[in-house]
Design a binder for this molecule. Structure first.
Ligand code: SAM
Ligand code: SF4
Length: 423
């Protein structure tokens, strides 16, 4: 979501006549898009602002600094008290004010963090897409779930869904521009409801699937609480939808899930996976895991380990619990010692590493369809891309295949990527 927002912000800046630069020293304007999900991401903002400050002092170059996104929304004026060099602060619903702010030559500092109730359309042509073949298409924003650990409902506000016609227009436009892959994007895509017609996510997915020219459709993120079996059926029946799903479980323990206010049990989650696998035996699954949530006992943690062992995800994103302001869990005792959180994170990552080595090795010797999206700067014969299962593939090719589909023979692998060459 943040990556997609940065593409929008860059597009808005271009439309104001800005030209991209490669370093702050060469810039007149620096806009920092921020994430507040974990404390560490917030700290990164403060260290970057510190670095920018010393560049300004050293080079005697004054550039305008804007802080936008979730930390801006969360800290508002407090950010300015801490870092007075900031010129403007905009929340995730206020990016469209950038042209107006810049046109006023920043005579005074601006703080704008008001949420909008309705969907606000950012024109597709005002997006500076980083890829020529793979694009994000936002379908909803915000969250109503209030998981006890999560700051998102307080930084992005309540759910707002984008009208279906706008989504379909954008996908058609991308298809015409030769985009091959789209990712429908939202904090909880499966709670999508068209604001006019009340049409839900399943029908939206089926409609997007009819658009000629797009080969791969993905969607992220789905919430297990409302992952109905008809989504799995629509995935199976829609030939363009990849057999790949990111379905954050957070914990394998029903009691921890309850304390997290996730709205499903370990058993219900297992049933969703069972149904997905029975319909699509080749489905590639990934998840998010939080370790060291308040009160997480060793027994509860072992339930997460056993779930990972059972499900055999293709990939996971794992985090140490980080208390966040405004959340319910901030008032819970953060009683899992830091060293234990660290040990548990290592245990999860080691287990998953071994699972990935095994699953990746099973692909060695096979030929896979890959959408190539990158070319190595060091060696122009080396490319990278992803397969339908969203695994990273690094491969060699004798000609430039960037932004194309290619067949890659997998010759070796590591835990986090596959390697090979084109045929
Ligand atoms: N909407 C998605 C969902 O329901 O799973 C996730 C969005 S959240 C921005 C991305 C991930 O960050 C979460 O799935 C969770 O694993 C992690 N996360 C969120 N808050 C966290 C916290 N306080 N400490 C550690 N990890 C956290
Ligand atoms: Fe955060 Fe939960 Fe909403 Fe996901 S569903 S964004 S984890 S509150």
């Amino acid at each position: 979501m943040n990556g997609n927002d940065s593409e929008h912000i860059a597009g808005i800046l271009l439309s104001c006549g800005a030209i991209p630069s490669v370093s702050p020293e060469e810039s007149d304007l620096v806009v920092i898009n921020t994430c507040a999900v974990r404390e560490k991401s917030e700290e990164k903002l403060y260290s970057l602002l510190g670095r920018l400050n010393s560049i300004q002092k050293k080079s005697e170059k004054k550039f305008t600094v804007g802080v936008v996104g979730c930390v801006a929304q969360l800290q508002r004026a407090k950010l300015l008290e801490k870092m007075p060099q900031i010129d403007f602060i905009l929340g995730p619903d206020n990016y469209s004010q950038i042209p107006e702010i810049l046109s006023k030559h920043l005579e005074e500092k601006v703080i704008s963090t008001k949420w909008r109730k309705d969907w606000q359309e950012i024109p597709s042509e005002q997006t500076l897409r980083t890829s020529k073949v793979s694009a994000f298409v936002t379908i909803m924003e915000g969250c109503n779930n209030f998981c006890t650990y999560c700051i998102v409902p307080y930084t992005r506000g309540r759910e707002k869904c984008r009208p279906t016609p706008q989504i379909l227009d954008e996908v058609r436009d991308l298809a015409q521009k030769n985009y091959k892959e789209i990712q429908l994007l939202g904090q909880n895509v499966n709670s999508y409801v068209d604001p006019e017609t009340q049409m839900g996510f399943v029908d939206l997915l089926r409609k997007v699937n009819t658009i000629e020219g797009i080969d791969w459709i993905r969607f992220i993120t789905s919430h297990p609480k409302i992952f109905s079996p008809d989504i799995a059926t629509a995935m199976k029946e829609s030939e363009r939808v990849c057999h790949q799903l990111h379905l954050p479980v957070q914990s394998g323990s029903t009691s921890v899930l309850h304390r997290m206010n996730r709205g499903y049990t370990r058993e219900e989650y297992r049933q969703i996976i069972k149904n997905l696998r029975s319909l699509m035996p080749d489905i590639s699954l990934s998840t998010d895991i939080i370790v060291g949530y308040p009160g997480e006992s060793n027994k509860e943690f072992q339930e997460t380990m056993s779930l990972l062992e059972e499900i055999q995800y293709t990939n996971i994103f794992s985090f140490r619990y980080s208390p966040r302001p405004l959340t319910k869990a901030e008032n819970f005792k953060d009683d899992v010692p830091f060293v234990v959180k660290k040990e548990r994170l290592i245990a999860v990552q080691d287990l998953q590493k071994n699972i990935q080595i095994k699953t990746n090795q099973s692909l060695v010797g096979s030929t896979i369809k890959v959408l190539c999206t990158g070319r190595s700067k060091k060696d122009p014969n080396i490319f990278s891309g992803r397969n339908a299962g969203y695994q990273v593939i690094n491969f060699s090719a004798k000609k430039d295949v960037k932004d194309q589909f290619v067949n890659v023979l997998i010759t070796s692998c590591g835990p986090y990527s596959l390697r090979g060459h084109t045929l």
